[in-house]
Design a protein around this ligand. Structure first.
Ligand SMILES: *Cc1c(COP(=O)(O)O)cnc(C)c1O
Length: 530
């Protein structure tokens, strides 16, 4: 590919752009490529993984209690006496990493959650062995309760919350998005030509999916501008008062600015929803666990909100494909489905008649499950059971961590990287109490101004074609950053993922950007002289 033509660079799709940047950055083989474009974390939670493997060994001992007269063959775990056998297993492996954890987890399940320990151990063994289809298909029975506690702790916290919510375990936030878009359409909640609002900037697929031929939705942008510390302005949120807006999709804390919605904005949005009781909200709170005392829109507007959460980022578990969708037991989507015109209701009765004799009683969240397997394969739907077991252990790990040591470590890791970046940029690190620092958006204008003054910044922004600075950075230094534009930011900016490189790499990135800015400044001075 030819990268010398800046006009062409501006036309690349986000994916082409990423590949092109990687190609340019890796041209010099004697130099390390620093790809800070990736959202994949380079850290992971160890204790709940140790727990998974130890639970797995116990599950194997359970399986091998059957068919002992045959080689290579085991049977299902047995519910009878399983608690006692688990205790013997735990006591036989004192101090082995993971064993103390699962022992404590079992105690927590009994003492704090009031669940049957025998049922829990049995469900975990069966799940880890993967010897049964996921039943119930939406989520394993105790796993739903335990992961539900975790979601409550992290997304709702001490915020008042009346009633219960249902969950569907899915193959990551990615699957959650795909399923939700699809089921909203199949159930006539979002139809071609409908308008949905997007909280901008946003994770790119939310911009791309609605425009696909499959959906043909009209997008309305609700801006959270840099000038407002990446918070939505009231004026922008007022756009949601228009009844033609059917749904509002947002990421909170945001990607890429990585800022959680302020309390003030949450309260204002709650007021907007009071005036728009029919508005559907989808909040993607994948990064919520990186914040202290996070309160999701799901807690504030439970009747209107579909919650998406993923374990990928916080537990360093992208390969597991692990997430959940949650909806309140009383929600506006179920109401809307119930109030569809009779002709559409009859059509949906037919659609779901293969799985229930009472299709009208089928909740939206169960329709998500059915639709995810083309309805007819509903009986084998559901995320794989070993994934559910690990998800349950991740949840228990967080629930038991009263001092929030893990959260503190996560926060410290990304904070130190951001500090290293700014130290080498030679600029004071901006402070925002709502920042969760998983990513950082470097806004080119303000940074150039801080470095060499406003006149230089204006000159530079005028000189640079979109993406040109990113290519120059990749070419000269091997550093890869993604353009904020791809995520719908208004200014020239670069997204630095603080999740996937080491501290000294961020120092190098800061230094590289500083060096490039100095070169531009030299050019600026030379032109000024001439
Ligand atoms: C990373 C990410 C996802 C995808 O998460 P997976 O669980 O890995 O599929 C979804 N939404 C946002 C905003 C993300 O940043």
């Amino acid at each position: 590919m030819d990268f010398s033509n800046p006009e062409k660079l501006a036309l690349l799709s986000p994916f082409e752009l990423k590949d092109a940047l990687i190609e340019v950055a890796s041209r010099q083989s004697d130099r390390l490529m620093l790809n800070a474009g990736r959202g994949n974390p380079n850290f992971l939670a160890t204790t709940p993984r140790h727990g998974f493997f130890q639970f797995g060994l116990f599950a194997m001992s359970e399986a091998e209690r059957s068919y002992m007269y045959m080689e290579d063959i085991g049977g299902f775990p047995q519910r009878d006496g399983i608690e006692a056998r688990f205790e013997i297993f735990a006591k036989a492996h004192p101090g082995v990493p993971g064993v103390d954890f699962i022992e404590a987890a079992v105690s927590y399940v009994r003492d704090q959650l009031g669940l049957s320990v025998g049922d829990f151990i049995y469900e975990m063994c069966e799940a880890i062995l993967g010897c049964n289809y996921p039943v119930p298909d939406r989520m394993l029975r105790l796993s739903e309760k335990i992961v539900g506690q975790y979601i409550h702790q992290e997304m709702i916290g001490t915020h008042p919350f009346v009633g219960n919510f249902d969950m569907y375990a899915v193959e990551g936030g990615t699957a959650a998005m795909t399923y939700i878009f699809n089921s909203l359409r199949e159930n006539h909640i979002l139809e071609a030509g409908d308008t949905i609002a997007l909280g901008m900037p946003i994770f790119t697929p939310y911009i791309e999916i609605p425009l696909l031929n499959d959906y043909q939705l009209v997008e309305l942008m609700i801006d959270a501008p840099a000038e407002n510390n990446w918070q939505f302005t009231k004026k922008e949120l007022d756009k949601l008062l228009d009844p033609k807006v059917k749904a509002f999709f947002l990421v909170n804390p945001s990607n890429p600015p990585s800022v959680k919605m302020s309390d003030e904005v949450l309260a204002y949005l709650a007021d907007v929803v009071k005036q728009r009781p029919d508005l559907i909200i989808l909040t993607d709170d994948v990064y919520g666990t990186f914040a202290d005392n996070f309160v999701s829109l799901f807690a504030i507007c439970p009747h209107n909100t579909i919650l998406v959460y993923s374990f990928s980022k916080y537990f360093g578990a992208t390969g597991w494909r692990m997430g959940v969708v949650a909806t309140h037991e009383n929600n506006v989507i179920d109401e809307k489905i119930a109030n569809l015109p009779e002709e559409k209701r009859l059509q949906l009765d037919k659609r779901y008649s293969s799985i229930t004799t009472d299709p009208r009683g089928l909740k939206f969240i169960d329709r998500l499950v059915a639709d995810s397997r083309t309805v007819a394969l509903n009986h084998t739907a559901g995320v794989s059971t070993p994934v559910q077991a690990q998800m349950t252990l991740f949840s228990l790990f967080s629930l038991m961590d009263e001092a929030e040591d893990y959260k503190k470590s996560m926060k410290r890791i990304v904070l130190r990287r951001k500090e290293a970046l700014y130290r080498e940029l030679g600029l004071p690190m901006p402070h925002d109490p709502n920042s969760v620092r998983y990513y950082h958006l470097l806004d080119l204008g303000p940074i150039a101004t801080q470095m060499y003054g406003a006149e230089f910044a204006t000159w530079m922004l005028k000189l640079l074609k979109p993406n040109e600075a990113l290519f120059r950075l990749a070419e000269e230094t091997g550093v890869i950053l993604l353009p904020g534009r791809g995520f719908g930011t208004q200014h020239q900016s670069a997204r630095v993922s603080l999740a996937n490189l080491n501290e000294y790499d961020y120092a190098n990135i800061g230094r590289s950007i500083r060096k490039m800015a100095a070169e531009f400044y030299a050019q600026f001075l030379a032109e000024k002289k001439a």
